[in-house]
Design a protein around this ligand. Sequence first.
Ligand code: FCB
Length: 545
Amino acid sequence: MKITTILSSSCFWLFVLLNSANPCATVFYKGGNEKTEELEDVKRSHFPGGFLFGVATSSYQIEGAILEDGKGLSDWDVFVHKNGNVENGDTGDIATDHYHHYMEDIEMIHSLGVDAYRFSISWPRILPNGKLGDVNAAGIMFYNSIIDNLLVRGIRPFVTIHHGDLPQVLHDRYGGWLSPLIQDDFVHFAETCFKNFGDRVRYWVTINEANLVSEFAYEMGIFPPGHCSPPFGNCSKGNSDTEPLTAMHNMLLAHAKASKLYREQFQPKQGGVIGIVVNAFMYEPLTDDERDKEAANRALAFNVAWNLDPPVFGDYPPEMRRYLRNELPKFTSEERLLIRDSIDFLGLNHYGTLYAKDCTRSSCACSGSACVAGGDRAIRGFVSTTEERDGVLIGEPTGLPICYVVPRGMEELVDYIKNRYHNKPIFITENGYSPPQQEDQLDDLLDDKRIEYHKAYLASLARAMRNGADVRGYFIWTLMDDFEWTLGYGVKFGLCSVDRTTLNRTPRSSAEWYRNFLRKSPSSNNNNNNNNNNNTERRPTFSFI
Ligand code: FCB
């Protein structure tokens, strides 16, 4: 075990009692590099009435039934069957078999007492052919049943139209996200969703994490279609310096066209809201040097604002234009008008914080799990990232190689987003904890660390809100252990565990904690009337449209 790991784990979970008069109210948490953070005993009443608490999942990660009832193949269905693409040769062929267990899963969601459930629609289950052609009636029925069963239990469906699983035929036909032809095919899929489900769905996300998909699929080559070039990796196809930019450009325009269609043809009647979700790490400068401070700002621009500036301001971040010049695609003036202001809210999937180091003037050879090859290239903004400062980890490690527990990162990130986007409404669409894989799990169901994680991140979020951020909801990733992409089933994020042999679901302690956290306490002075299970009290209030 690395010395840094030992050091950080021994101090991370050491909560020092500070306020002896009220020992439960305030404790201090010591993170990497001796930074201290205040942890409060966070309560639901710290969040405003109408704030949505939920859990999140995605279609490929839970559904299984990959060729049932007329579904077509997704790119993930194909990718996982190629040797070496996923740890242990795991696949999502069965996943948690949610397709057959969805009623049981909805009961589980209901028992948590959440306000909302975020899930995604499998594109090839609805349009097996990827584009025009027959709509698969069985697919429509499946999601109709989920939506109806959520609503009768007073749970709001928060629907992601596309979360990773692209019809394979669209790669075969024209190269998936690399072709502008995909934009209209996506709009057709989105329109099919609005038409069939929009009478009951009030929260829509067009695309999940376009930034992460561009990077993982077209720069590092670890998501389908597995494109990359050196030094990022050795793939049989791809150009890591340019393809991520093209893929992102097409995803952004696909989003913008779908959003325009929704706003013109559906929103006035259906009254919902539409947004986009980004993978949002926080970056702190590695040193006090001005160059590292600028590097941290560039890391945010090249990762987060890359995805969010266009739908808010109509163009890519100036920080990117400065370093990428003509490599960065351009929006025509028409496209600019189309994409500008194309979201009602922005969704943040937040899992970690890293240190950023400038590579414009210093050499950026790096090692360690958070080091991404190519930090010294324009596509990465000449920034390298690291999890260590002076041999001390930024936070306790988790099951994901680049994610460390750094609760303050939530407040810092939300603050950054608030300032950059003039306080546009925010949802935390994912935040979650998976224990390190090698950790001895004496009892996998007693997941105290997950509970501490959510308490700490929620407290940090509450601080950001007290500082004025307009945050409307928080979704835990995830309801139950699922297929975690290239890491397969080894990484466990679930509030509920899933036995891989029997597929039995069992709630962990964290599920019990969330249920209690969400329960309206009689002494609470919160005027929130959305946290009981009375159907009639759960009418959506869309104060921001
Ligand atoms: C996010 C993905 C989600 C899940 C979590 C752990 O990047 O959106 O599907 O895998 O990571």
